[in-house]
Ligand binder design. Structure first.
Ligand code: SAH
Length: 400
């Protein structure tokens, strides 16, 4: 079975991009069903390799391998999983919590597998992979002997591939949160009830960067979730940490994590509120902090939402800058894939002019090595992270 592209429509594939869109297809040979493996060929007959076919999705074929003779079986997936595991082991040593599989970047289309020690999570946005789920889960059991594998498929993107949203226990026994340790700080991760798969693994390299600077500082951790940044800052000797999140259960978990680490609760504030409102209130009250973390959810879920997203990013960044004295630190992130790094920096620049200050960049970050960015696929790059210092009188003044 074979998918033949229209003349000139193999440009993306030639650049190493792993998706074929439905409108690039000229004809289909044989009668592939959704989920079947098909050969991908250019109009002139050049074969690019094999991929998973989907009859109705915009993403008609997801690339698997350049070898047209390959068999997409257990041995194939085992090699991919072993390779993924080897990278994480090399990157994180003894630590056993990480994103084990990051979809296309690990050659397993649309598939996300997180590991929290003995518990794994399964999220799958690709029909062909979901069809082979049991095969993959068997391999995961063979390779890692997990106590439980939990499905976190409560993701609306599943519908694009005609897959239902669901979550639950797929294998083994899951009887409540798993504990992980990041830079000496303990966190309880609820893979079934928590946000996403229970923890925001992608900020792991940034939390210590922020925490190291937190000593004796008054910290505001906005969009704190279970306390990732804020509690690490508290553990590193922050004078006070104000955690702010809209989710009551997340704040509850942050409180439990604080207790788990024997942190001094009198130096912590747990604030359940809408950050967009609360930041404005804090500015109006004349509050000040020395270090502010802004780690919002993806405001731009797609290009269509970019304008609203831009305004939301501006609003929180302007407020945060107004809450800092000169010399204060702003760690600001965006996980909106649709908003690229240049755009995000423009928003920050605009926010600084509006807040009447200059900024200097102390650190810039992106995804850690367990969320590799496929160079030829911009969709795999989503996380932007910047640590700025608000300047005093070292730069020209803002004239409005
Ligand atoms: N900083 C966290 C991850 C944050 S994820 C960490 O290091 O682990 C984004 C968080 O934003 C979620 O916890 C979500 O509950 C929260 N959130 C979403 N919209 C919000 C809003 N309007 N106001 C405050 N929090 C919000």
């Amino acid at each position: 079975m074979r998918v033949v592209l229209k003349p000139g429509k193999d440009k993306l594939l030639r650049r190493g991009y792993p998706w074929v869109f439905a409108n690039q297809i000229h004809r289909i040979e044989g009668r592939p069903q959704t989920g079947d493996v098909v050969e991908i060929a250019a109009a002139d007959g050049t074969v690019y390799g094999l991929g998973f076919y989907h009859e109705r999705s915009q993403i008609a074929v997801r690339f698997l391998t350049p070898d047209p003779e390959a068999t997409i079986d257990a041995a194939f997936f085992r090699r991919r999983l072993e390779r993924a595991l080897a990278l994480r082991k090399a990157a994180f040593g003894d630590s056993t919590h990480y994103r084990l599989v990051f979809s296309e970047s690990d050659g397993l289309p649309g598939t996300i597998i997180d590991r929290y020690g003995e518990v794994l999570t399964w999220t799958c946005l690709c029909y062909g992979m979901e069809q082979r789920r049991d095969l993959i889960l068997d391999l995961l059991e063979e390779l890692l002997h997990p106590r439980a594998i939990v499905e976190r498929n409560d993701n609306s993107l599943r519908e694009k591939d005609g897959l239902p949203q669901q979550r639950g226990i797929l294998r083994g026994r899951y009887d409540g949160p798993v504990e992980i340790v990041e830079d000496g700080v303990r966190f309880r991760v609820d893979v079934l009830e928590g946000l996403k798969t229970g923890f925001f693994l992608d900020q792991r390299l940034h939390r210590p960067v922020v925490a190291r600077l937190a000593r004796d500082r008054r910290v505001l951790d906005v969009f704190s979730a279970d306390g990732g940044f804020g509690l690490m800052a508290a553990a590193r000797g922050a004078a006070h940490v104000h955690l702010l999140d809209i989710s009551e259960p997340a704040m509850q978990r942050a409180r439990e994590n604080a207790r788990l680490n024997d942190l001094d609760l009198s130096r912590l504030t747990f604030d359940v509120a809408n950050a967009l409102d609360r930041l404005g209130e804090l500015v109006a009250q004349g509050a000040t902090y020395d270090l502010i973390v802004l780690d919002p959810p993806a405001f731009a879920k797609s290009k269509r939402h970019l304008d609203d997203a831009r305004r939301a990013y501006q609003r929180i960044n302007i407020s945060a800058l107004r809450l800092l004295p000169p010399g204060g630190l702003l760690a600001t992130a965006s996980c909106s894939q649709a908003l690229d790094e240049d755009e995000f920096l423009k928003i920050i620049h605009y926010s600084a002019r509006r807040a009447g200050c200059g900024l200097r960049l102390l650190y810039r970050g992106t995804q850690p090595p367990d969320h590799p960015v496929l160079e030829a696929m911009p969709e795999t790059h989503y996380l932007k992270f910047f640590l700025f210092q608000k300047m005093a009188d070292e730069v020209p003044p803002v004239r409005q």
